[in-house]
Write a protein that binds this ligand. Structure first.
Ligand code: C2O
Length: 587
């Protein structure tokens, strides 16, 4: 077996590779991911810059790949897992952009079967920008999609029926069983990654069946590497079934660089700056959330809950940008920019294939530790239509190999890159001092204003935390009671800086992460659009490694700046808390 991620670790010194820490109280051993001064002595700055910020013990990687997949926890029931939707009630799934109802046409009384793992060859998903000259593969892909589009409109495998599945699960088409009004929603929570994994899996298998090729795979949009950061060319030929005219033509043309912080405004930075920003955003997403899965994957959601504050993980946040960037800039942002239509564009599946790959990398970087041992996650169950209606549980999708697919190994440039601000930018930020007083958040909700970022001073629960404390608890910024207009996309970015007493300089400090929520329009059954419907969310951003970068460990308080990028947003509070980690701290 080849060593996954192998090439990514070439910058590491052997001292780093052999370094390992153990946590006394944990069931799992803890692979060393720290390799800064103090842990291995007198390493030079140059060497430190070379090494990956997400360094892992190579032996752990090998061990993990040898089959540590699996769930070790005993039963743990907190509430109840999300169950498949009540198929008899799919009544108001009308989404305005679809101009039709996205409920499935098939019989809700059809026999439902349990999923069986496929006994097929291992299928290898490849990067979209690298398959563009593989004519044989492309012909197959196009033929499969062409056949899917030509199936009778009511066939469950029909291309648009497949796309509607996304609408059903995302646009409140279904209710949860045994509830009056709790919808099934697969975004904004820990369900996001597993549901989309299954969705792609069935889609890929259906395409393979249509061309009688059980080795067929969809490609992945390798947007985490420079050459993959443009819109994949294979979807651009207007004569191909992979084409979709409903895209932002400025972006899908050759050469435009995907902006992972896109918010319906063009980034004035140069291409190479945007590429670097993207790589650093991806690095931060991993680094800041490696010690606690919910920061990366999203918060729990359990059966019957409707008043909870939804919290998506930072991977979902990053993924939203590509949706926005590909979809039309106006109107309903069709197709990619709105959940109800997103899967009508073939690039949706290619994009999500990379999202799924990011999860796979996250898993491996954490020593193959299953992210949540909570049965409410593991037993959450969805329904898909392949040959049959099939029930699938999250616990069965945790190992892609069992679903018989994997990803071609390609370099991970974001793992190496030095994203620290240069000394020059740092000193510029601190010499241009025009200090202003910054207040605490206060007790009333605050509306964000695009021209005047919200800056608040927030007390830390503890300063000068020792290394061991950081391994046990991760410091997290929490923003609660986030309200958006669900009819429009919302985005704000969060920055963290060290104050001077209660005064802050003009520099917002380090980027910590973002809140992004795509538009989520739907029509009620009477046809009226739900105007101004508000739904609450929260945002959690790990900042332990960021405070190290800022040299802020001895600060009592931090200045948190919220920069509204698009949409209308109010927030109900900003706090800093310590949360128990579930994997080694990355510091
Ligand atoms: Cu279900 Cu990329 O969204």
């Amino acid at each position: 077996m080849s060593l996954l991620l192998n090439s990514s670790f070439t910058g590491a010194s052997s001292a780093c590779l052999l370094h390992r820490e153990r946590s006394r109280s944990r069931r799992h051993h803890v692979p060393g991911v720290t390799c800064r001064q103090g842990s291995n002595g007198d390493r030079s700055d140059a060497a430190r810059q070379q090494q990956s910020p997400l360094l892992l013990d190579r032996r752990d990687m090998l061990l993990g790949l040898g089959g540590l997949y699996g769930v070790t926890a005993g039963p743990k029931v907190l509430a109840a897992p999300i169950m498949p939707p009540d198929l008899s009630r799919c009544s108001d799934a009308k989404a305005p952009a679809l101009k039709n109802n996205c409920c499935p046409p098939y019989d809700p009384n059809e026999k439902i079967s349990e999923y069986g793992f496929p006994a097929t060859p291992l299928r290898v998903r490849r990067p979209a920008h690298l398959v563009k000259d593989d004519q044989e593969y492309l012909d197959k892909y196009k033929e499969a999609v062409r056949r899917m589009k030509n199936l009778p409109a009511n066939h469950p495998w029909n291309y648009y029926q497949q796309a509607n599945i996304h609408c059903q699960y995302c646009n409140d088409a279904y209710y949860q069983k045994n509830t009056d009004d709790v919808h099934v929603q697969v975004h904004f929570s820990w369900i996001f990654l597993p549901w989309h994994r299954y969705y792609l899996h069935f889609y890929e298998r259906i395409l393979g069946k249509l061309i009688d090729d059980d080795t067929f795979t969809i490609p992945f949009w390798n947007w985490d590497t420079k050459d993959g950061m443009t819109f994949p060319a294979i979807f651009q030929d207007a004569a191909s079934p992979l084409y979709d005219p409903k895209r932002d033509q400025r972006h899908v043309k050759d050469g435009a660089i995907l902006d992972l912080k896109y918010a319906y405004k063009e980034n004035p930075a140069s291409d190479s700056e945007i590429i670097r920003e993207n790589l650093c955003f991806i690095q931060k997403t991993f680094k800041h959330s490696l010690s606690l899965a919910e920061l990366f994957m999203g918060d729990p959601v359990r059966a019957g809950e409707k008043e909870i504050q939804e919290a998506n993980g930072q991977l979902e946040v990053i993924h939203n940008a590509a949706h926005m960037w590909v979809g039309e800039p106006d109107g309903y942002k069709e197709n990619m920019g709105d959940f109800s239509t997103a899967a009508r564009d073939s690039v949706f599946f290619c994009h999500h294939s990379n999202v799924d790959r990011m999860w796979d990398i996250y898993r491996k970087l954490r020593g193959n530790r299953v992210e949540f041992e909570d049965n409410d996650w593991l037993d959450s169950t969805f329904l898909f239509h392949d040959e049959n209606e099939q029930l699938v549980k999250i616990r069965d999708c945790l190992n892609p190999t069992k679903l018989r697919y994997t990803f071609e190994q390609v370099p991970l440039p974001w793992l190496h890159i030095n994203c620290q601000k240069t000394a020059e930018t740092k000193s510029k930020a601190t010499t241009e001092l025009s200090l202003t007083r910054v207040n605490e958040f206060g007790t009333t909700a605050q509306a964000l204003d695009a021209s005047n970022p919200l800056r608040v001073i927030v007390a830390r629960p503890k300063k000068n935390r020792k290394k061991k404390e950081k391994q046990e608890k991760v410091e997290v910024i929490q923003i609660k009671d986030i309200k958006v207009n669900v009819n429009e996309t919302a985005r704000f970015d969060v920055y963290v800086a060290v104050p001077y007493g209660d005064l802050a300089g003009p520099d917002y400090g380090e980027f910590a992460g973002s809140y992004v929520r795509l538009a989520h329009r739907k029509k009620g059954s009477d046809g009226t659009q739900e105007q101004g419907h508000k739904k609450k969310g929260k945002l959690k951003l790990g900042i332990t490694p960021l405070l190290e970068d800022l040299d802020a460990e001895d600060a009592d308080k931090l200045v948190v700046t919220l920069v509204l990028r698009t949409g209308s947003v109010t927030v109900g509070g900003v706090s800093i808390n310590l949360l128990q980690t579930d994997a080694p701290a990355v510091i």
